[in-house]
Design a protein around this ligand. Sequence first.
Ligand code: SF4
Length: 106
Amino acid sequence: MKKQDLSRRSFLKFGAAGLAAIPVVSMGISTAAAAERLDESAPEAQALNYKHDGASVDHPSHAAGQKCINCLLYTDPTATEWGGCAVFPNKLVNANGWCTAYVARG
Ligand code: SF4
């Protein structure tokens, strides 16, 4: 086998792998972009007393300063407005929100 054949074969092999990866990456981006904001009135939000504005929460479990952005379950602490939450999959919660599942980020 010529060196040129090997090079061409490698290009085709890795080129095909690269093309196969594109839809996976695209799906990840579109899934994140498609996430909707959690509605406070949704049953799952009400079950955990979720509010977009944690400062306005009047709940015995709530302490001052607790909000989604410093909760361990907030999936992207760099998201300063709306971000994902492990408790509410495929929904976005407000960075200043709060719910009774709050866990302080260590
Ligand atoms: S679990 Fe944490 S991040 Fe998720 S809504 Fe409740 S307080 Fe916010």
